[in-house]
Design a protein around this ligand. Sequence first.
Ligand code: SF4
Ligand code: SF4
Length: 252
Amino acid sequence: MTDSFVEKLRERLLFEGLCDVGFSRIEDTVPPDLAQYNYAVTLVYRLSDAVVDEMESSPTYAYFQHYRAANALMDRCALITCEMLRREGAAAYPIAASQSVHDRGDKYTGIYQHKSAAVAAGLGWIGKSALFVSPRHGPRVRLATVLTDAELPCDAGPMESRCGECTLCVKACPSGAILGRNYVRGMAREEIFDAEKCSRHMKQAFGHIGRGAVCGLCMKACPVGSAGFFNAKIPPKDADYMNERIGDKDEE
Ligand code: SF4
Ligand code: SF4
């Protein structure tokens, strides 16, 4: 794809309300039945701090609605991306912002993992919480992905974990689902996170809010991207800076 198309796509998606867009090659993470798609466009939406910060020991009705509205926006932006790619002659396959499927051997997974493409695009890392963490927005984001056969510019390399010694999400999780290990590329999700424990707790404790489909306490607990951590102007350049800041927060 030409630079001008990529710029046009980015501008359109930012206009729609997204906070970031990334491009990556995905041969090593795309499932065999989608192997004709070598590239991915990652769409990122920043959730409302006002809604996230209101949560204390439980998700709120406002958070559940915000989560659903954000997913709807992501799905719309994925369709716009597909159509823009189609008009350029490329094939494009949208991955829903939030959809678990039950034919892939893991009932807590989707058709394709948004995090895989987002990390490969250099937009952030996988935190101890198993959430995608952007250096600028933390885990306070929703993701969607469009797979495509169009060649896209993929200049950034994958981002390694910057969680360091922080354990705030581990302490905040009421279910014990976050095992406390730093994610290293190639690890299975199960090595850092127990999806069954997380899901069971959400259904048992928060069934009255969105039938137990949301929690978000680990997201709220993460200092990265939260107010006061840094003001979303200059992303940290290195792990030492991140660890120093996270260390400060952990001692409060
Ligand atoms: S969503 Fe809630 S239960 Fe699940 S890992 Fe995060 S804090 Fe724990
Ligand atoms: S709370 Fe700390 S350990 Fe958990 S994802 Fe955020 S930075 Fe990483």
